[in-house]
Design a protein around this ligand. Structure first.
Ligand SMILES: NC(=O)c1ccc[n+]([C@@H]2O[C@H](COP(=O)([O-])OP(=O)(O)OC[C@H]3O[C@@H](n4cnc5c(N)ncnc54)[C@H](OP(=O)(O)O)[C@@H]3O)[C@@H](O)[C@H]2O)c1
Length: 165
C-alpha cells in the first residue's frame, strides 16, 4: 500500500494555530478532496476535532488517539500508528493528514508527499517536522497561484521518495 502525506505549509513551516488552520485557500481544499476521496485518511485526534465537517465524506476517517474509550461517530478510532495502517490493509493508498506528531512518524514511512507551499510566514503553534528534502524527488510542481479572497500565493508540489531511501 502506498502511504502519502498531504499538508499545507507556510514558508516558516507553520501548519496551524490554536488547533485550527490559519489560511483558507479554496483551491487547496478542492485539491485535498480530489486526492483523498475514496481513500482512507489518517489523522490525529486534535486535527479530527478541528474539522468543520466530521467525518469527511467519501473517505474512511481513521483517528489516532491514546484514549482507549474515545469514539467518534462515523469514524474509526485506533490507539497506535500500526493499528491505523492495519485498517488500510486492503487499500491501495492511505493519506496522512496531520497534525505534527502524525506527520513526524509517517515521514519515515511515506512514499509520496503532496505539499502545498503557502508563500508567506505565519505565527502559529504547530509546525511541519524537519525532514531531509534530499531524500525526495520533486515530480510535479504547479505554477505559483494566487487565492483571490485572501491574496495568498501558493504552489502545489508533489514529491516521491527517492529509490533506496
Ligand atoms: N496545514 C495543514 O495541512 C494541517 C493538517 C493537519 C493539521 N493541521 C493543524 O495541526 C494542528 C493539530 O496538530 P497537532 O500536532 O496539535 O495534533 P494532532 O497530531 O492532530 O493530534 C494529536 C493527538 O493525536 C494522538 N496521538 C499522537 N501520537 C499518538 C500515538 N503515537 N499514539 C496514539 N495517539 C497519538 C493524541 O490524541 P489523544 O490526546 O486523544 O491521546 C494526540 O493528542 C491544528 O492547528 C491543525 O489545524 C494543519
Amino acid at each position: 500500500m502506498t502511504i502519502s502525506i498531504i499538508v499545507a505549509v507556510a514558508e516558516n513551516n507553520v501548519i496551524g494555530n490554536n488547533n485550527d488552520l490559519i489560511w483558507h485557500i479554496s483551491e487547496d481544499l478542492k485539491r485535498f478532496k480530489k486526492l483523498t476521496s475514496g481513500h482512507p485518511i489518517i489523522m490525529g485526534r486534535k486535527t479530527y476535532e478541528s474539522l468543520p465537517v466530521k467525518p469527511l465524506p467519501g473517505r474512511r476517517n481513521i483517528i489516532v488517539s491514546t484514549q482507549k474509550n474515545v469514539h467518534f461517530e462515523g469514524a474509526v478510532t485506533v490507539n497506535s500508528f500500526s493499528e491505523a495502517l492495519k485498517q488500510c490493509d486492503s487499500d491501495d493508498e492511505a493519506f496522512i493528514c496531520g497534525g505534527a506528531t502524525i506527520y513526524k512518524h509517517f515521514l519515515n514511512h511515506a512514499q509520496f508527499l503532496y505539499l502545498t507551499k503557502v508563500h508567506r510566514e505565519f505565527e502559529g503553534d504547530t509546525y511541519f517536522p524537519a525532514f531531509d528534502l534530499n531524500n525526495w524527488q520533486l515530480i510535479e510542481q504547479s505554477e505559483r497561484k494566487k487565492d483571490l479572497n485572501s491574496n495568498l500565493e501558493y504552489t502545489f508540489l508533489t514529491y516521491k521518495l527517492k529509490d533506496g531511501k
